[in-house]
Design a protein around this ligand. Structure first.
Ligand code: SF4
Ligand code: SF4
Length: 166
């Protein structure tokens, strides 16, 4: 197939109109609302539908909700979740002795949250996860529960509302 070059008019060959058009775009943006922030001095506040790092939730009694059913581990596309379950005398019968999420693998898809039958895992507004060491991105149960306790949507509510915290 032969692609013929378009024949430019003298006006187009001058390039000046195109440069002026480009500058007009720049000038227009000068007067628009700024969307960039001076991170880290300024922090971006995510919208309510934002899905950040998955965390583990506790009930009003302060106990972890997870029953170690491993549905989240099974459904997780990049296999970022690793759970070691154990039996308990408690009414839920099982609990996660170990619960790891590799945030370096997590794609924040929210499948774990969708599939969890007891709403024990939730995608929080935490997006500052960068680290120099990949192993530091493997969060254990203690850290995941700690992040869950700090979640603002837990205050005064038994269940998180759809869409996460505000
Ligand atoms: S958000 Fe998706 S990728 Fe991340 S742990 Fe949950 S299921 Fe896995
Ligand atoms: S977080 Fe939910 S889905 Fe995952 S093991 Fe615990 S109870 Fe099951």
């Amino acid at each position: 197939m032969i692609c013929r070059r378009p024949v430019l008019t003298i006006w187009e060959k001058l390039y000046l109109p195109s440069i002026a058009q480009g500058l007009m775009v720049t000038v227009r943006h000068l007067f628009r609302k700024r969307v960039t922030v001076q991170y880290p001095e300024e922090r971006w506040i995510p919208p309510s539908y934002f899905r950040g790092a998955p965390i583990l939730l506790t009930g009003l009694d302060g106990q972890e909700k997870c029953t170690s059913c491993k549905l989240c581990q099974f459904i997780c596309p990049p296999k970022a979740i690793t759970i070691k379950g154990a039996e308990t005398e408690d009414h839920k019968e099982k609990y996660p002795e170990e619960f790891f999420i590799d945030m370096g693998l997590c794609i924040f898809c929210g499948y774990c949250q969708e599939v969890c039958p007891v709403e024990a895992i939730w995608l929080k507004h935490q997006y500052e996860l960068a680290d120099y060491d990949r192993t530091a991105l493997i969060f254990d149960k203690k850290k995941l529960l700690e992040m869950g306790r700090m979640a603002p949507y837990l205050k005064g509510r038994e269940k998180p509302v759809q869409g996460g915290g505000e």
